[in-house]
Design a protein around this ligand. Structure first.
Ligand code: PGA
Ligand code: ZN
Length: 388
């Protein structure tokens, strides 16, 4: 049973205010969780509550803290941990910290790791990582249009080997950036720890990533997240994307179109298949939107971001809906994230198959990778290789 709920204002990897939450259960287990925040948010995701006004440029979350400690605490104290998510509703930063802290505390009370608590008797695996190398869009303001160019370790047979492959690609890509634009550009990092290029050309990062991969000689593919909800005219990009797919070793494309164009999505999915086509803002981690998308043949994979829906149970329902229609699942962090590593356990315990948490730089990213490396090294959890 929940005995206390506390919250405080802390800071995320962009230095923006976010929610920290601590939940205590009877008998004697407690846990904390920190909440991430996206920069490229879609219209269908549950919004955060921000204070406005002068503090922290209006981004403060004291009103969310107050809502957690008064309304939410009043509603859930006395209830069993596994019934809490059903009692939660409100802004995403008000509910997600509570939902995550309750799950962690319940795992602690049961004396098992979070992944094992979430898995129950179900199968578990270490996810194949999709790792940011170059950023643009909202994650590197002033750069190009495309948000995310990622390395996918398609030939690795363990999580540790997957990390080493993408690490070598990132290092080579940084050398190419240094040679072309100087060391400073190769050392600066975007929101998810990736590189960025001056000039705003959308194909240049892709070409450089392809070159880095070719020069390492490693079995690594390319994934692109267009984050088209942030692009003024995404339709104009589709032909370009199709051309890139014919030129570069692209294995996955995310959000090539905006989040309201089901018919456009049907066409673009047919055009880009059999590559992986991921819906992020399109589905907004909502089980109903996943089912609607499947009826349209829109996308063939679902990005699962718990803060888009506000609770772990809601995220798990979206994941289950995806699996029911044979869509792949990718558990994802946000561009504004924290040292909280719970998302790694979600990917493992829900047997998601893939994870997307940013580059192999910056500790809010490494927290997740380091957790997965530990689960492989010490707990011997099986690695889910790239599904091909
Ligand atoms: P966000 O970016 O967290 O800024 O939304 C991640 C993504 O679009 O996949
Ligand atoms: Zn995305």
């Amino acid at each position: 049973k929940v005995t206390s709920v506390r919250a405080w204002e802390c800071l995320d990897s962009r230095g923006h205010p976010t929610i920290g939450c601590e939940v205590a259960l009877e008998p004697g287990a407690s846990a904390t969780a920190l909440v991430p925040t996206g920069a490229s948010t879609g219209q269908y995701e549950v919004a955060d509550l921000r204070d406005g006004g002068d503090r922290y440029a209006g981004l403060g979350v004291r009103s969310a803290v107050a809502m957690i400690e008064r309304e939410i605490a009043g509603r859930i104290v006395g209830w069993p941990a596994d019934e809490v998510d059903e009692l939660l509703d409100g802004p995403s930063n008000v509910t997600l910290g509570v939902s995550t802290a309750v799950a962690k505390a319940a795992a602690a009370a049961a004396g098992v790791p979070l992944w094992a608590h979430l898995a129950g008797d179900g199968p578990v695996s270490l996810p194949c990582p999709m790792v940011n190398i170059f950023s643009g869009g909202r994650h590197a303001e002033g750069g190009g249009t495309i948000q995310d160019y990622l390395a996918v370790p398609t030939g690795a047979t363990s999580f540790a080997e997957a990390m080493e492959h993408v690490w070598r690609v990132r290092r080579r890509a940084a050398e190419l950036v240094a040679a072309e634009h100087g060391t400073l550009w190769s050392r600066l990092v975007a929101d998810e720890g990736g590189l960025a290029l001056p000039g705003g050309d959308d194909e240049r990062p892709l070409a450089m990533l392809a070159q880095a991969i070719a020069e390492t000689g490693l079995p690594v593919g390319i994934a692109i997240d267009v984050a088209a909800t942030q692009v003024p005219d995404p339709d104009a990009l589709v032909d370009t994307l199709a051309r890139w797919c014919a030129t570069y070793p692209i294995v996955s494309v995310e959000d090539p179109l905006g989040d309201s164009d089901w018919d456009g999505w049907t066409k673009v999915t047919a055009r880009l298949s059999p590559r992986q086509v991921i819906g992020d803002d399109l589905f907004a981690t909502d089980a109903d939107r996943v089912r609607t998308g499947a009826q349209h043949g829109a996308a063939n994979a679902v990005l699962v971001k718990p803060n888009q829906v506000g609770t772990l149970s809601g995220a798990h329902q979206a994941l289950t809906a995806a699996r029911a229609v044979d869509y792949r699942t990718v558990v994802s962090a946000r561009s504004g994230d924290t040292e909280d590593d719970a998302i790694a356990d979600l990917a493992v315990g829900w047997n998601a198959g893939q994870i997307k948490v940013g580059s192999v730089h910056r500790s809010e990213r490494l927290a997740k990778y380091n957790r997965l490396l530990r689960l492989e090294a010490l707990d011997g959890i099986r690695y889910a290789v790239w599904p091909g």
